[in-house]
Ligand binder design. Sequence first.
Ligand SMILES: Nc1ncnc2c1ncn2[C@@H]1O[C@H](COP(=O)(O)OP(=O)(O)OP(=O)(O)O)[C@@H](O)[C@H]1O
Ligand SMILES: [Mg+2]
Length: 526
Amino acid sequence: MAELMTQMGSAVAGIMVAYAMFQNYFPYELRRPIKRYAEKAMSFIYPYIHISFSEYHGDDFQRSKAYASIERYLNANSTKQAKRLQANVLRDSEAIVLTMANYEEVTDEFSGVKLWWSSNKSTRTQQSISFYPREDEKKFFTLTFHRRHREAITTRYLTHVLNEGKAITINERRRKLYTNNKNEGYSYRRNLWTHVMFDHPATFDTLAMEPTKKQEIIDDLIHFTQSKDYYAKVGKAWKRGYLLYGPPGTGKSTMIAAMANLLKYDVYDLELTSVKDNTELRKLLIDTTGKSIVVIEDIDCSLDLTGQRESKKKDKEDEKKDAEKDAAKEVKKKMEESKTSQVTLSGLLNFIDGLWSACGGERIIVFTTNYVEKLDPALIRRGRMDKRVELSYCGYEAFKVLAKNYLEIESHELFGEIRRLLEETNMSPADVAENLMPKLGAENGEVCLIRLIKALEEAKEEARIKAEEEEKEKLAKEKEDEENKLKKQAKEEEEEEKKEKTENGVKENATEENGVKENGVAAAAN
Ligand SMILES: Nc1ncnc2c1ncn2[C@@H]1O[C@H](COP(=O)(O)OP(=O)(O)OP(=O)(O)O)[C@@H](O)[C@H]1O
Ligand SMILES: [Mg+2]
């Protein structure tokens, strides 16, 4: 094909040269129709269409997005077909991008149609002084295809190439972990978020959890990412709320990392206590990009719904006791108060599902908490938090995942005993993992399993002692309550008796007095 096109190309070039040479011999009026007919004749014998995509457009200093997407799309084909390649590691990417060198050609196929992509460059002939070397050398891709496929190629194929290229870029880009900056004074163009590269290795494969529950979450996440059209159809903003709750060390933070790795999303870790007020919260939200997970960890103690309010109250009480009239302390207190967050519940609710929350799209909001019962019901109602996931103590299935991860053991005679102990004891996956991890790298699996059994037995014993103590305390309290009740009863009875006595005394006195009076009256009458 390349040969045929080269031949055709040279034939066309020849005709053009001949035309350029002889056109001066034609009368001026004839030149235009001749040119038109010549072009028509040429398109008849040369039925191919060319589309070119430049790396830079006009004076735009930014690389063309279409060019970048095509580059990524052609990466696989280039690697297989081109003889001369250029290697590049792009900014924010982990992968090496192989592009064909200048004047190379690769083929592609779309719905049975064959197409040719070639990379070219044009060099400026005129001299120009510039800081940008690229201005003298313009790279571009040329797509060539038969004109009978014009419709399919210019619409469907090009959309396909751009989407694929974009998807590959997203897939290979290095993801970022953002955190919000503390607002300290006003400065022009303050960055709301700072970021580092997100390199957490957790995945759903390494997450210890009951398999069906895990699969359900994975399916839910994948379904979410594929439901853009559905969300648009039902008129809902394309976002989903997750509430992860459970005791410490059960894998809430690990699950967030696994989610980000599964979906290839960026993570925005929002520290609510550093957010000054609702307006700043909104600004932070607007400043996030799509394809991201916005995380608020330990929601129960990051807002004045619970934690902050309590701590403030405590502070105030302490201060009252310590130095009531201490002016320096007053100043300090005021300063501290001005620093603490004034984000309110309604501000947070707006953050999750207000009008602003729809900007950007494709966003997952995750809350984590150790105490789900402490949260305001408005915060976790359906629609705001679409999915609630409880992460609980390590069960047998979760243990098996950890044993496979840490020791590469899938079954062992000690598993039975561990299963029994896990059913009887509450131990977080973090503790189980800690016991399973070989120390100094020299321990074999069995040693670790035995250590886990020991730890489980100890935990069981501790739990038993604790339960006993609690039972004792409960009994002691019940006894004390009973005694108090009896004492109260006795006191009440005593008081009742006293009351009765005094009432009786009053009555007796009254009858006595009446007797005296009656006697007196009788005596007087006598
Ligand atoms: N379900 C799990 N699967 C795999 N590893 C886990 C799991 N749970 C905990 N771990 C291990 O324990 C460590 C602590 O877990 P993680 O930070 O996810 O707990 P958490 O639930 O977020 O705790 P906290 O409530 O204190 O924030 C992790 O580094 C991880 O290695
Ligand atoms: Mg955590």
